[in-house]
Design a binder for this molecule. Structure first.
Ligand code: PMP
Length: 365
């Protein structure tokens, strides 16, 4: 059938219905262009305007200061695991520091290690990645190449509630893939912050990189061209053919956030409301639902928890499906349940899940 469900997928993930409707309406012919967006040259006036609009609405949503550039790249967030150390670590004789709070930080440091000296300044594996460090839990050298962290670990469901502090002169680097645009940020604190689009900002295919302009030219000329930020900067993110369709959708999402939601403060409040509905049920049934993250590190985007047995877990997923609550199985590496409540998950979806969880615990607890 073509009936839509509440989709709790961790990404690619739910998109706003109003945006999908616009895509449908413009699919055969982008207004005035005589063709669909997918059929237009990236150098043509129509697409160049779409790209500029996407960049400028992203800038206004996040209040990006003039000191920072917005790039639209490909290769997902995974390529940033390499591009960052290729440009900012390789050949520097410095050490890059990583706060490893889950699976994605672990992957990032492994890629960094191929380019130079790295160290895990904080390693959450000792408590099975159930928390992020507090300010006093780690010490960053004032000579580090950069301090890297992942603001929201999508698999474990742990989130920094505010950014860690890097010593003066040490660029703070953030993988914000799974909580980008979910709350306001002070971009001036970051050397570089990036996010693949397929959770909160659009379909897979484009990765937004916001970086301080003085870091753009640090890559050496021997790097493969695509990996050098300078090339993308000089070519206005058109060093090669950009993912035009994904950028077009990202532009629509930023307009939706500005016009329909009312900006990132409003988005943050809604995300807090939605995630609280689900966490409240976990807390009300402590002998039935076991949350993965420590309470003060809980993610507003990915709610992770387990049930008393594998049988109940399978039953939960099956019955949830019958209630049109889809894609709730946790990542294969940790199991359990993961409910992703990204920006586009409506309040009704979180409400339906919370109600289902309450009823399920009452019947099976
Ligand atoms: N970082 C985080 C926090 C993620 O959630 C993901 C994707 N799930 C990635 C990096 C990797 O993104 P991609 O698949 O676009 O390379």
């Amino acid at each position: 059938t073509s009936e839509r469900v509440f989709n709790f997928s961790a990404g690619p993930a739910v998109l706003p219905v109003s945006v999908l409707e616009q895509l449908r309406d413009e699919m055969m012919c982008y207004p005035g262009a005589g063709a669909s967006i997918m059929e237009l040259s990236h150098r043509g006036k129509v697409f160049v305007e779409i790209m500029e609009q996407a960049q400028s609405s992203l800038r206004s949503l996040l209040n990006v200061p003039d000191t920072h550039e917005v790039l639209f790249l490909q290769g997902g967030s995974a390529l940033q695991f390499s591009m960052i150390p290729c440009n900012l670590l390789r050949g520097s004789n410095k050490t890059a520091e990583y706060l490893v709070t889950g699976s994605w930080g672990k992957k990032a440091i492994a890629e960094g290690r191929k380019e130079g000296d790295v160290t895990a300044t904080f390693d959450g594996s000792t408590t099975n990645y159930d928390r992020v460090p507090k300010a006093g839990d780690y010490q960053t050298s004032s000579d580090a190449a950069y301090l890297y962290y992942c603001s929201n670990e999508t698999i474990q469901g742990v989130q920094f509630q505010s950014e860690p502090e890097a010593p003066a002169g040490v660029p703070l680097i953030c993988d914000a893939s799974s909580d980008f645009l979910s709350r306001p940020l002070d971009i001036s604190k970051y050397g570089l912050i990036y996010a693949c689009a397929q959770k909160n900002a659009g379909p897979a295919g484009v990765t937004a990189v916001i970086m301080r302009k003085d870091l753009i030219d640090k890559g050496d000329a021997g790097l493969p061209g695509y990996l050098n930020y300078q090339n993308h900067y000089e070519a206005d993110s058109m060093w090669n053919t950009p993912p035009t369709f994904a950028i077009y959708v990202l532009g629509k999402i930023t307009r939706w956030l500005l016009d329909d939601i009312g900006g990132l403060e409003a988005m943050k409040a809604l995300n807090e409301e939605k995630s609280s509905m689900v966490y409240d049920v976990i807390d009300a049934n402590p002998n039935f639902y076991k949350g993965h993250a420590q309470v003060d590190c809980r993610s507003k985007m990915n709610v992770t928890f387990n049930l008393p047995s594998d049988e109940l877990l399978s039953k939960f997923i099956k019955e949830a499906g019958e209630h049109k609550l889809a894609s709730l199985a946790g990542h294969r590496s940790v199991g359990g349940i993961r409910a992703s409540l990204y920006n586009a998950m409506p309040r009704e979806g979180a409400q339906a899940l919370a109600q289902f969880m309450s009823d399920f615990a009452a019947k099976n607890g």
